[in-house]
Design a protein around this ligand. Structure first.
Ligand code: PLP
Length: 456
């Protein structure tokens, strides 16, 4: 059998891909007909495909390559760690230096008293851990009926059965027998799509107060935790009105409900600070992290938990863990990634210099006839496409059609910009420069113009 390499013709690679590879979140038959774009290399914020095209990656991979592509330091650390200790676990009273060092670093970086880390291989797994951890916590505190976790519609918390149940994606819930019991969903703070005639502030309060209503309806003695992304990512980069988070915090405090901030996207500089909770003034009891933790160079996720939770859980044997919990190579790479993000001032510069520049340019897209709303926090942004800005109307055709068109125009113009329904999204690597921001906006505008031409 011939060896498959980057040098094979694109069509052959596409045919082989379609023959044997089932893609996540994809319509397999449609994809096979079209042929997947084959990415062969990447450097900085650019991808190269098998045709030699250079593509600006406006999504940092899948919201994860915060440090940018091609950092040899991370490859070197991985190679060293693989040579020295490629694998060992910490199940049976053993540990190793990379997991010790990363845990100390995360305890240092995380806000408040979030000083303890439980590792997973991904964000989904970490959220599964959270389900079991908060229930175990309450059981250990003598309140075993506190099992329900409240989440939000259109939230994304991952793809495992537990994490997808926490998430509020209707399309996911329609397949595979989820959600699992004792997960309750309230409405999302998406003013553009659901705010009606209310002001954003009133709407934000109303949506936050749904949490209080849910607690009262379900019973305080039944509710274990509330989970939310500081800024909803996969739901369409939905930024809650300013009134939302203070009210959520008040309610969690009042009813002693654990607050889980899912920082899988928002963590590690994405929102302009190390964590989205800091940007939005949230005091979580648990943070879920993944993606930017290793900038996607190795699969790793974690739950970073408070002193109180660690102490309570520590009084029992928590019967939970993954073969790759605290994987030494993933930990070593994550630690090096965090070192570079800090010592090279990448998080700092992204927040202080690039974020305001990008915000100005991104909001400048509001003058485009298709763009009704432009939202951005740090380096994650979205625009809502609409046929009528004043009424915030949605396009009459199948939801998402306009988004598909725009996404395809972006790809044709060598820009990766994702769509969620009629919202277009960016989340570029934090190392993007101002000149590259200009290029991103230029390609986005061109793609919007072409979308307008096709749609009208
Ligand atoms: N939580 C959030 C907020 C996410 O955006 C994602 C992935 O996009 C996850 C959890 C799941 O992480 P993973 O894909 O690493 O399992």
């Amino acid at each position: 059998m011939a060896t498959i390499t980057n040098h094979m013709p694109t069509a052959e690679l596409q045919a082989l891909d379609a023959a044997h590879h089932i893609h996540p979140f994809s319509h397999q038959a449609e994809l096979a007909e079209k042929g997947a774009r084959v990415i062969t290399r990447a450097d900085g914020i650019y991808l190269t495909d098998s045709e030699g095209e250079t593509i600006l990656d406006g999504m940092a991979g899948l919201w994860c390559v915060n440090i940018g592509y091609g950092r040899k330091e991370l490859a070197d650390v991985a190679a060293r760690q693989m040579t020295e200790l490629p694998y060992y676990n910490s199940f049976f009273q053993t540990t190793h230096v990379p997991v010790i060092a990363l845990s100390q670093r995360l305890a240092d970086l995380a806000p408040g008293d979030l000083n303890h880390v439980f590792y997973a291989g991904s964000g989904s797994e970490a959220n599964d851990t959270n389900i079991r951890m908060v229930r175990t916590y309450w059981a250990e505190k003598g309140k075993p009926t506190k099992t329900t976790i409240i989440s939000r519609k259109n939230a994304y918390h991952g793809s495992t059965v537990g994490a997808a149940s926490l998430g509020g994606m209707a399309g996911m819930h329609a397949q595979g027998g989820i959600p699992i019991p004792d997960i309750h969903h309230i409405d999302q703070p998406n003013w553009w799509a659901e705010g009606g005639d209310a002001t954003p502030e009133d709407f934000g309060l109303e949506r936050a107060q749904q949490l209080e209503q849910a607690i009262l309806e379900l019973g305080e003695d039944k509710v274990a935790a509330f989970i939310a992304e500081p800024v909803q990512g996969a739901g369409g980069v939905i930024v809650a009105p300013d009134s939302y988070w203070p009210e959520i915090q008040r309610i969690c405090d009042k009813y002693e409900i654990l607050l889980i901030a899912d920082e899988v996207i928002c963590g590690f500089g994405r929102t302009g600070n190390w964590f989205g909770s800091q940007t939005l003034g949230i005091r979580p009891d648990i943070m879920t992290v993944a993606k930017g933790l290793s900038s996607g160079y190795m699969p790793i996720g974690a739950s970073i938990v408070s002193d109180e939770i660690a102490e309570v859980i520590g009084n029992c044997e928590f019967n939970h863990g993954y073969t790759y919990s605290g994987h030494p190579v993933a930990c070593a790479v994550a630690l090096e990634n965090l070192r570079l993000l800090e010592e090279e001032g990448i998080v700092d510069r992204a927040g202080r210099e690039i974020a305001p520049y990008l915000k100005e340019k991104w909001e400048g897209l509001l003058d485009h006839p298709l763009v009704g709303e432009a939202k951005i926090v740090g380096l994650m942004g979205s625009v809502a496409l609409t046929p009528d800005k004043a009424s915030r109307a949605a396009f009459a055709s199948d939801p998402g059609t306009i988004g598909y068109i725009c996404r395809d125009r972006c790809f044709a113009n060598n820009l990766v910009m994702r769509h969620v329904g009629d919202r277009m999204i960016i989340c570029p690597p934090l190392v993007i420069t101002k000149a590259e921001v200009d290029l991103l906006i230029e390609r986005a505008r061109k793609s919007l113009d072409e979308t307008l031409e096709k749609a009208t």
